[in-house]
Design a protein around this ligand. Sequence first.
Ligand SMILES: NC(=O)c1ccc[n+]([C@@H]2O[C@H](COP(=O)([O-])OP(=O)(O)OC[C@H]3O[C@@H](n4cnc5c(N)ncnc54)[C@H](OP(=O)(O)O)[C@@H]3O)[C@@H](O)[C@H]2O)c1
Length: 243
Amino acid sequence: MNLQDKVALVTGSGVRLGQAIAQKLGQLGMRVVIHYHHSEKGAKQTVKLLPGDESRHLILQADLKDVSAIKELVRKAEDKSGPISVLINNAADFFPTPFFSTSEEEWDHLFELNLKAPFFLAQTIAEGMKKRGEGKIINMVDVSADRPWSGFLPYCTSKAGLSSLTIGLARALAPEVQVNAIAPGTVLPPPDHAEMDLSESVKRSLLKRIGLAEDIVQAVEYLLKSDFVTGTILPVDGGRSVY
Ligand SMILES: NC(=O)c1ccc[n+]([C@@H]2O[C@H](COP(=O)([O-])OP(=O)(O)OC[C@H]3O[C@@H](n4cnc5c(N)ncnc54)[C@H](OP(=O)(O)O)[C@@H]3O)[C@@H](O)[C@H]2O)c1
């Protein structure tokens, strides 16, 4: 698929990995729909990082836990920017949930945002992709989807669901649409991540470092440029998954 001037929606692109991915898509010549939930300031910074005129891109707010807000987001994006050719399901939440004290609310929150939202975003956008005969979807999963951490079970199992959804969507949307996932190891740890956990992540990887945003961005670029890869979950984890 020729990416030049095509429209890409990157969820959660006002901060961190989403921002870095949006920047790369802009560098690849795409027009980017920068979605945010609370990080309006970050979204405005993102648009400034993109090459070319700011009017090529669009900033939109939505709470992706609400399916009607997802439909409204896609409607506004396509009305203003044109049909979406690339969807990057990046937005997610991540926090510890000790097994015996995990609440139903925490479970529902993580599943609604990390799994249900990517499903309905794909459902809303992919019909047009299929009709137009091309499209790419990339889901951000996690190295912990296959070997869940006991203190983060709702997060890890929501990402395992997203991993399974990636393969299911690849089958449902072929041959017009390619659907893949990236499974990062520790990349840009959250600011409150304990120092000890971080050295543990490094110790448990083959390449003995945590990842950089650039490591993930390169994987996104590869998956967008390839026209013969679908239904794959690409670990970008310094060898953590095979340690
Ligand atoms: N960083 C890592 O080391 C790592 C490792 C493995 C997997 N991943 C995956 O990679 C992706 C990006 O990671 P990250 O660390 O950059 O994420 P992050 O810093 O935690 O950012 C999460 C994003 O999700 C958005 N978001 C949160 N709640 C939302 C809601 N209700 N509706 C809409 N958007 C919402 C946030 O938007 P606002 O800020 O606008 O509120 C933010 O942009 C995630 O899917 C994550 O699971 C990351």
